[in-house]
Design a protein around this ligand. Structure first.
Ligand code: AMP
Length: 291
């Protein structure tokens, strides 16, 4: 029997429960439309399992709670068959792909997680309610899958910071592991939304990874916060004439997303978001500011 043949796909909590074995477990939460970035998380989970044993569970769920009314909830790509095929042979034991009704049987939940101040800035400012929706579903999926370890991508840095904050503040018994950003050869961070980009939009989108890389290079060369920020903005180019609009490009504290000043020395995060047509793209680079 191959690894793939042992992959169990369940769609309900009732079917998930008996599939969970006693012992350690790693979970990777996704919205599907899987790409190599997701598969890196799965590979990291598999590595962990090779060391400690137990199970690997992948969840696939497009969470309506985290989409704004003007966002792409309906249009978001749903490719479960291809996703399951991509996961076969990668050491995944269970795929939990619930319906909205299975996850929210009584309708939209009345009780939701409050992300606090980090949920109000940057992505949270542009997408009101987004992180409340994210934390609520992450909390529910942690409850249902009961993992020892949960893996999240550095790509969604603010989400990662908020999940860590939730785990710390609410004493959740799970270890959060961050996985670095997977990029295309030209630097664009992999995203399920990249498929919305036309060829010229795809080219315009490269301004964002270019800006993030320029800021990271400046920091590595010993620049301070102001110079790092300026290097990133210079590399971004002239937004609207290049076919994109900039939402933000800033150097922040990685744990609380407050904007850092020139006097800062130590860990930092360069975060950026642009819109290319109706597609929003985010990117970031962890920095160490020495200058
Ligand atoms: P999503 O399906 O977009 O909700 O993403 C599911 C998980 O995969 C999240 O933890 C993301 O941060 C992570 N992820 C998505 N894209 C990437 C990427 N390019 N590199 C690393 N992790 C990623």
């Amino acid at each position: 029997m191959t690894e793939g043949a042992r992959l169990l796909v369940v769609h309900t909590w009732a079917d998930l429960r008996p599939a969970l074995r006693p012992g350690p477990r790693a979970v990777v939460m996704t919205m599907g439309a899987l790409h190599q970035g997701h598969l890196d998380l799965v590979a990291r989970a598999q590595q962990w399992r090779a060391a400690v044993g137990g199970q690997v569970v992948v969840t696939v769920f497009v969470n309506p709670l985290q989409f704004g009314p003007e966002e792409d909830f309906e249009a978001y790509p749903r490719t479960l068959e291809a996703d399951v095929a991509a996961l076969a042979g990668r050491g995944v034991d269970v795929v939990y792909a619930p319906s909205v009704v299975d996850l929210y049987p009584a309708g939209p939940p009345l009780v939701r997680l409050n992300p606090g101040p980090v949920g109000e800035v940057f992505e949270g400012a542009i997408r009101p309610g987004h992180f409340a929706g994210v934390l609520t579903v992450v909390h529910k999926l942690l409850g249902r899958t009961q993992p020892t370890v949960a893996l999240f991508g550095q790509k969604d840095a603010q989400q990662l910071a908020l999940v860590r904050q939730m785990v710390a503040d609410l004493d959740l018994a799970v270890r959060i592991v961050a996985v670095p950003i997977r990029r295309e050869a030209d630097g664009l961070a992999l995203s399920s939304r990249n498929r919305y980009l036309s060829a010229p939009q795809r080219t315009a989108a490269l301004a964002l990874p270019r800006a993030v890389a320029a800021g990271a290079a400046a920091a590595a060369a010993g620049a301070g916060v102001t110079t790092v920020r300026q290097a990133a903005w210079d590399a971004l180019g002239n937004a609207s004439s290049d076919g994109f609009e900039t939402d933000y490009l800033e150097v922040v504290d990685p744990s609380d997303f407050t904007v850092l000043g020139q006097a800062w020395r130590g860990p930092a995060l360069l975060i950026g978001a642009i819109r290319v047509g109706t597609t929003r793209l985010i990117d970031n680079a962890p920095l160490t500011i020495t200058g």
